[in-house]
Design a binder for this molecule. Structure first.
Ligand code: NAP
Length: 252
């Protein structure tokens, strides 16, 4: 896998006709990723588990956006989306949930299941379903919107910019699901080789519905720019790594 510590600044100029699918694109980072891709000339399928929300988002994004009903936890919804979308060059696995809970004593097994259903099994199922279409693309890219909170290195206290001691053991369902998403990213990338680039994004703390009530976090558009860099990596760009929104490498 890659040994570089910073993403290339240059993105590959999108070819005319490039098509992306962004899951959970009706709000937050997914919506901003769709907006940014459209601004670069990419046609975007706005995946939304609630089609009405997807249609509202697509209407706001303009004529290059198309809504598709896509609940990543529902195989029949995923299958129908594969038929509707057809060709795709870029898959952004963005849909995610935070089921709450605290440490191992304060988190139910159901909360773990909810987190893993969407953040891990959903990501895997959607990727498997769209791989045939991605393999038909000339420059296929998969971006898994993960989280730095899933980094085992950072969780072990090795991040000088954050007081990990304060959150030690907490958010176990969400954070461990993102660790699993990171592992899946690496192993997928190893299996797919250079033909389909697969990278994960640590978007940083953002003001979105996911963290509603926390009144903290930066602009989700900034995180979306990081997703777009991974979606439009040049052919000699990296695969199989976790990247911060600012293009720096995050340790597993
Ligand atoms: P958000 O605004 O809540 O977006 C999450 C999106 O995922 C929503 O569109 C949501 O749909 C969708 N979703 C949830 N379950 C789904 C399912 N089963 N099928 C399809 N779509 C589903 O929050 P966000 O912060 O932008 O989250 C986007 C990604 O960034 C997530 O993977 C999250 O874990 C990650 N992330 C966020 C932060 C942060 O600080 N915000 C930090 C690190 C990582 P509904 O609108 O229908 O609920």
């Amino acid at each position: 896998m890659t040994d570089i510590d910073r993403l290339p600044e240059a993105i590959r100029p999108p070819d005319p006709g490039l098509i992306a699918l962004v899951t959970g694109a009706n709000s937050g980072i997914g919506f901003e990723t769709a907006r940014h891709l459209i601004g670069l000339g990419v046609t975007v399928w706005v995946g939304a588990r609630d089609l009405a929300k997807g249609q509202t988002a697509a209407a706001e994004l303009g004529p290059s956006a198309h809504a598709v009903q896509l609940d990543v936890t529902d195989p029949s919804s995923v299958e129908a989306a594969v038929s509707q979308v057809g060709s795709v060059d870029i898959l952004v696995n963005n849909a995610g949930v935070n089921p709450g809970g605290e440490d191992i004593d304060g988190t139910s097994i159901e909360q773990f299941r909810v987190a893993y259903e969407t953040n891990v099994f959903g990501l895997i199922g959607v990727t498997q379903a769209f791989l045939p279409a991605l393999r038909r693309s000339e420059h296929p890219r998969i971006v898994n919107v993960s989280s730095g909170t899933g980094s085992l290195t950072w969780n072990s206290g090795q991040n000088p910019q954050f007081d990990w001691e304060r959150v030690k053991g907490g958010g176990i369902a969400y954070r461990s699901s993102k660790t699993a998403a990171n592992a899946v990213t690496l192993l997928m990338a190893q299996a797919l080789g250079e033909s389909v680039k697969v990278n994960a994004l640590a978007p940083g703390l953002r003001r979105t519905n996911l963290v509603a009530g926390m009144s903290v976090g930066g602009d989700p558009a900034e995180a979306a720019a990081g997703a777009v860099r991974l979606a439009l990596l040049p052919d000699d760009g990296p695969t199989g790594a976790l990247w911060s929104w600012d293009g720096t490498r995050v340790p597993w």
